[in-house]
Design a protein around this ligand. Structure first.
Ligand code: ARG
Ligand code: ZN
Length: 476
């Protein structure tokens, strides 16, 4: 049904190389040619911002998540739900492994089975540690089944923002950027390891479970409804969702042929989701800039609770209470910029947020609003003394991932680049970026190199001044 098992993208190859490099060799016997050299996979994939995110020595190809979820009791009970789940994970070993990890936080694993055999495992704060026997030689494809569950809460990220499986009165809001997927399934939780997904989410009859991709089944037995979603496009873990609640589903086909499935909480006023009607026109607009829409479907979730932000959950953007026009444009543009082409490291986040912000600037201009040039000027008009200019856009740090310069100075960087190389090269660059790195990941250096390749210009000074220097640009 899906392309699982096939490493079809540049990014997957890059990921495999990175994963091999991070398998620890501590305690391993000296290499004998042709003999396996077993060691433990690292507890992180090697991203300095989030040392425990992802893992060494494994490359997940597919997640099948079967989640049985009971939302909180009616008020005034605490906002806690109950999850009882089975994750079936197809993965390849990229090193000779006598141990490997998945990320799992706040839920308890009950059993781990590898290719049909029960395995020993332990859990620490963020890690599910599995000791496969027989040991796994590099290049093996295995199926890992984890039964797990527990009480769901309202997790928070390092900046204290809600994320992950956020329990709500009527279900859960599930938005996991950057490393929150481990709060709801065992995962190689880093964009370097994209995979395909299937979801079977069972909830009390009357509630709706909304995940990524296409809805392929809905069946009710004994007061429980199972919602089955298929997400065949390679996806970074932080973009997976399985949001549960009171929702009205609205399905239609956009002008460009993309199937749209919107899920809106009926307790919200109609005005809070009215801008979703612009989705079709926006799809056409961004296809003109970035090439064909890359995924099987699109749509939005508008919930009546809030995490304080929106997220570009792949094929199904999430909005907290209201979907305003510029945010609808921003999250849609992320499907190309951030989701199809994803950051290789979290320090590359400006490639997501700068492009999405610049996309909403262009949408506004095309619809009679503020021009991109005016938005650029507004950035440069920020006082030279402001702390805004002290963030290094290309290395904002784990606490600066979602700081405003990542968004607006990132967008201004793209506008400065466009002014420098001209519209023809700028939009050729945008399209080539998506073609070359779509399905995988790319870095700031990849972007700088491609901009120089497409334009034939030396752009070091422009990028150094805009991305790497903690002060307001004057010349570039
Ligand atoms: N990527 C999201 C957006 O710009 C924002 C996520 C913010 N996350 C957070 N933890 N503050 O649409
Ligand atoms: Zn964004």
């Amino acid at each position: 049904m899906t392309t699982r098992g096939v490493f079809r993208s540049i990014g997957a190859g890059v990921a495999a190389a990175a994963l091999v490099a991070t398998a620890t060799a501590a305690g391993a016997a000296p290499d004998r040619p042709g003999e396996p050299n077993f060691s433990a996979g690292a507890d992180g994939i090697g991203d300095p911002y989030f040392p425990l995110a992802g893992n060494g020595g494994i490359d997940v190809v597919h997640y099948d998540l079967d989640i049985h979820y009971t939302p909180p009791e009616p008020d005034p009970a605490p906002l806690e739900g109950t999850m009882d789940a089975t994750a079936t994970i197809e993965l390849a070993s990229t090193a000779d492994l006598d141990q490997f990890n998945l990320d799992l936080r706040g839920l308890v694993a009950e059993s781990v089975v590898v290719d049909g055999k029960p395995m020993a495992f332990t859990q620490t704060d963020n890690e599910l540690v599995v000791t496969p026997r027989p040991k796994l030689q590099a290049g093996r494809n295995v199926t890992v089944v984890v039964e797990y569950g527990g009480t769901t809460i309202r997790p928070r990220d390092i900046e204290n923002a809600l994320y992950g499986w956020v329990t709500t009165r009527d279900g859960a809001m599930v938005v996991s950027e950057p490393d929150g997927s481990a709060t709801w399934f065992p995962v190689n939780d880093h964009p370097l390891d994209k995979a395909t997904y299937e979801f079977e989410i069972t909830v009390p009859e009357g509630l709706v479970a909304v995940a990524n991709g296409l809805l392929v089944g809905e069946s009710t037995v004994d007061g429980w409804t199972t919602w089955t979603w298929d997400a065949p496009d390679p996806m970074a873990a932080y973009l997976a969702t399985a949001t549960v609640g009171d929702f009205v589903l609205d399905s239609y086909t956009a002008e460009n042929g993309t199937p749209i499935i919107d899920a809106v909480d009926p307790s919200r006023p109609a005005s809070s989701s009215a801008n979703l009607a612009k989705t079709g026109a926006m799809l056409t607009f961004f296809e003109g800039l970035y090439g064909d829409y890359p995924f099987v479907s699109y749509g939005a979730i508008v919930d009546d609770d809030s995490v304080g932000y929106a997220l570009e959950t792949q094929t199904r953007s999430f909005f907290s209470r209201n979907a305003n026009e510029s945010t609808v444009a921003h999250e849609l543009a992320h499907q190309w910029m951030g989701n199809h082409v994803s950051p290789a490291q979290w320090s590359d986040i400006w490639l997501n947020e700068g492009w999405a912000t610049y996309s909403s600037w262009m949408w506004a201009e095309a619809n009679g609003g503020t021009t991109a040039q005016q938005s650029f000027d507004n950035v440069l008009n920020i006082s030279e003394a402001s702390s805004y200019w002290t963030i290094v856009v290309s290395d904002p740090g784990p606490f600066g991932l979602f700081s405003s310069p990542v968004y607006t100075r990132g967008a201004a960087t793209l506008h400065a680049l466009r002014t420098e190389i001209g519209d023809e090269d700028f939009f050729a660059l945008a399209k080539e970026w998506v073609v070359r790195y779509g399905g995988g990941t790319a870095s700031t250096n990849d972007f700088r190199a491609l901009a120089e390749e497409v334009s034939g210009q030396d752009l070091d000074q422009l990028f150094d001044v805009w991305l790497d220097t903690p002060s307001r640009p004057t010349t570039w």
